[in-house]
Design a protein around this ligand. Structure first.
Ligand SMILES: Nc1ncnc2c1ncn2[C@@H]1O[C@H](COP(=O)(O)OP(=O)(O)OP(=O)(O)O)[C@@H](O)[C@H]1O
Ligand SMILES: [Mg+2]
Length: 243
């Protein structure tokens, strides 16, 4: 297959059972998903339908029992845990609802971590530039506890994108923020992922946010539902024609 036209995220007939004994749950039931590079996709569905689990599968943090997972051209089936961890460190960025920052590290240190882990020598200057990009150039030495929720999420976005990953996954990134702050954070996510050419897969319960994605994918009971309507014009195309 032409390397350039390969989807950024390709999941085919994924089956996954988690837990053991009485808490065993058949979470993913033949989930299939194909997302071209650069697309912004909103993943929606009821609580417990498998949204977070599907993100874990994309990140290689959970392995499927059967089915195929090919992310940025790499088939996870052939990769051991070390290879997956290295791949995740360079190609996948995460943003969570609860920010998940290291409380004992400053904003700058939090953003520098992924670069330091991959042995980059200019980790701090790149982290500083990324924090400036998300509007926190004046908050470099703040600890998370001294930042507002929206600011903490800006740090988390900076940390997720600082390695220039191919894929950005966000699990209810505005879920802990008020409406206005949530909209600002969504704007920032869309803008920065576009600037970095990242494919964005975003879980949300917020209809307004879902409607702003290029496409919405619905999961129910571990299965991706067939698309109901023709896809709308992608955000990117709109941005290009209005530029
Ligand atoms: N480690 C686990 N062991 C057993 N069951 C699990 C495990 N992880 C998740 N589950 C179950 O799998 C189902 C899907 O969980 P998941 O977190 O993916 O749902 P979700 O769609 O993200 O829900 P929400 O919208 O509430 O965040 C749930 O019923 C959950 O209880
Ligand atoms: Mg979830």
């Amino acid at each position: 297959m032409d390397q350039l036209r390969e989807p950024a995220i390709f999941i085919d007939k994924a089956e996954l059972t988690l837990g053991s004994g009485r808490s065993r749950v058949h979470v993913l039931r033949g989930a299939s998903l194909s997302i071209p590079a650069g697309e912004v996709v909103g993943l929606v569905g009821p609580s417990g339908s498998g949204k977070s689990t599907l993100l874990m599968v994309v990140a290689g943090l959970e392995r499927v029992d059967t089915g195929r997972v090919v992310i940025a051209g790499r088939d996870y089936a052939g990769m051991n845990e070390d290879a997956l961890a290295a791949f995740r460190g360079s190609e996948i960025g995460f943003v969570f609802q609860a920010f998940h920052l290291m409380q004992t590290m400053t904003a700058l240190e939090n953003v520098a971590v992924p670069l330091e882990l991959s042995g980059e020598t200019d980790a701090f200057s790149r982290a500083e530039a990324m924090l400036a990009r998300v509007g926190l150039g004046q908050r470099l030495t703040h600890y998370p506890a001294a930042l507002s929720g929206g600011e903490q999420q800006r740090v988390a976005i900076a940390r997720a994108l600082v390695t220039r990953p191919a894929i950005l996954i966000a699990d209810e990134p505005t879920g802990n923020l008020d409406g206005d702050t949530g909209r600002e954070i969504a704007d920032l996510l869309f803008e920065t992922s576009r600037e970095h050419g990242a494919t964005l897969l975003l879980v949300t319960h917020d209809r307004e946010l879902a409607a702003r994605c290029d496409r919405t994918v619905r999961i129910s009971a571990g299965h991706i539902e067939p698309e109901a309507a023709a896809p709308r014009q992608p955000l990117r195309a709109v941005a290009e024609t209005s530029a």
